[in-house]
Design a protein around this ligand. Structure first.
Ligand SMILES: C[S@@+](CC[C@H](N)C(=O)[O-])C[C@H]1O[C@@H](n2cnc3c(N)ncnc32)[C@H](O)[C@@H]1O
Length: 206
């Protein structure tokens, strides 16, 4: 089963079902980006537009890319605003956007579905203006090692999506090699016990 088909099935309940990772990502995104100003945003794997709504409070223009028709349909129903465009795109293909244009590229909970992040990071770098920022929020590698992955309960049982673990050094070395500078790295936990971090976030600068 392909990843986009699984997300097409998940789309109907994605915003509502019990999902600690989704909810923590919403919080982490706000916490990490609130202190920065941005106007032109590229959102990679925008899904149902959960973060697009918040980004729109700050940005003049947002382009959201995603390859699931049903996730994008939900986003389009939710957000009717001339400043936002959603484009059906497989992020493993060339992206239908201008180069050196955006001041923020964001990517939440999507890289676990991307086999090779090097090409992806190159395209994010190319999309950004000089000084622009690349924000990533992802299931923590430790969580991945312990077996966590994108999954949901459907009417025919649990569906486990195809995922690719990325190590901490994969993120940092790839970003450095491409020319990004690390601005911030932060881990997010389920509660104050801070046992195993659920999310890792990176803010890189071009
Ligand atoms: C877990 S959802 C996250 C959605 C949103 N960013 C959020 O935080 O709620 C992952 C999204 O990535 C999209 N995605 C995964 N692989 C993709 C690819 N190769 N090209 C485009 N979109 C992809 C899926 O369709 C899905 O909407």
């Amino acid at each position: 089963m392909s990843i986009s088909k699984d997300y097409n099935k998940w789309a109907n309940i994605y915003d509502e079902n019990n999902n600690k990772t989704r909810d923590l990502d919403a919080l982490a995104t706000k916490r990490m980006l609130s202190n920065y100003s941005f106007k032109k945003v590229l959102e990679l794997g925008c899904g149902t537009g959960k973060n697009t709504l918040w980004l729109l409070e700050h940005a003049d223009e947002i382009i959201g890319l995603d390859f699931s028709e049903e996730m994008l349909k939900k986003a389009t129903e939710k957000i009717k605003n001339k400043s936002v465009s959603f484009l059906l795109t497989d992020l493993n293909d060339p992206w239908p956007i201008s180069s050196n244009y955006f001041d923020l590229v964001t990517c939440s909970l999507t890289l676990e579905h991307i086999a090779s992040i090097a090409e992806f990071f190159k395209k994010a770098y190319n999309a950004l203006q000089k000084g622009g920022q690349f924000f990533i929020s992802e299931l923590h590698p430790i969580k991945q090692y312990l077996g966590s992955k994108a999954q949901f309960e459907s009417n025919v049982g649990r569906i486990d999506l195809e995922v690719y673990p990325h190590h901490l050094s994969d993120y940092l070395d790839t970003a450095k090699h491409i020319g990004f500078t690390l601005v911030a790295l932060q881990e997010f936990f389920d509660n104050e016990n801070r046992e195993v971090p659920r999310l890792i976030t990176f803010l890189f600068k071009k």
